[in-house]
Design a protein around this ligand. Structure first.
Ligand SMILES: C[S@@+](CC[C@H](N)C(=O)[O-])C[C@H]1O[C@@H](n2cnc3c(N)ncnc32)[C@H](O)[C@@H]1O
Length: 229
């Protein structure tokens, strides 16, 4: 049995050129239709001066936010995607995993007003990303997560948390490695957030206006300081 976590990281290295082109050439329908604007709006509605983009990929969100006068730091485990981000600028970028970031927060300019994870929580064990987010936020900062909509993105698959495989077949390009990713039900998302010391303040469901179906889900969370300290 291949190790999903290892294959997940490998896929973001092998698929980096195809992913970069897909994002930059706006080949992904749901992003064009709603989810890009929705995450920009969710973050900007908080009025941040500084944002940490966890799993920033090729850096499109960092560029969008920095063009709105936000100081942005992006981290991602995929070196080729970080190289692509650095080419276009818009922030300071670091090729490190969430696990490595936990040990390095002084270096990347914490604390931040907002930590954002745009479709970048893909592992079964989400404690590292939550620990990293909590450690990088100001006390009153917000953690903003955009993810597949648990109830509408499942297609024919059963509504059960577990590993799935994305082949990217629907997106034009050369995708050498499939990507394992961990699907979680809405109940498991809420449980994981509260177990890791976050309180959900708002849930947004960006809509595909052509079908009146949500294309994603955005959680705007705060740290539950009263409980954790
Ligand atoms: C679907 S892409 C999203 C990229 C970017 N946020 C965007 O909106 O285009 C997921 C990203 O998460 C990163 N990622 C996943 N797990 C990670 C981990 N444990 N540490 C660092 N980066 C990770 C991948 O390398 C990949 O770039």
């Amino acid at each position: 049995v291949p190790d999903e976590k290892e294959q997940l990281q490998r896929s973001w290295i092998a698929n980096a050129p195809a992913w970069r082109d897909a994002v930059r050439e706006r080949k992904i329908d749901s992003r064009r239709v709603a989810t890009d604007a929705a995450i920009i709006d969710a973050v900007m509605s908080l009025g941040p001066e500084s944002v940490l983009d966890l799993g920033c990929g090729e850096g499109w969100l960092a560029r969008e936010l920095s063009s709105r006068d936000v100081r942005v730091v992006g981290v991602d485990a995929s070196r080729p995607l970080i190289d692509a981000a650095e080419e276009l600028g818009g922030g300071s970028f670091y090729a490190i995993s969430y696990e490595e970031l936990i040990a390095a927060h002084a270096k990347v300019g914490a604390p931040f007003d907002v930590v954002v994870a745009n479709f970048s929580i893909l592992e079964e064990d989400i404690r590292p990303i939550f620990t990293a987010a909590a450690g990088m936020l100001k006390d009153d900062g917000a953690f903003v997560i955009q993810t597949v909509h648990p109830a509408f993105a499942v297609g024919e698959a059963p509504y059960v948390s577990g590993w799935r495989t994305e082949t990217f077949a629907a997106i034009d390009g050369e995708w050498p490695e499939p990507m394992p990713w961990y699907f979680r039900t809405l109940g498991e998302w809420v449980h994981a957030l509260s177990e890791n010391g976050f309180v959900i303040g708002e849930v947004r469901e960006p809509l595909d206006a052509r079908q009146y179906r949500p294309l994603s889900m955005i959680f705007v969370c705060r740290r539950a300081l009263a409980h954790s300290e």
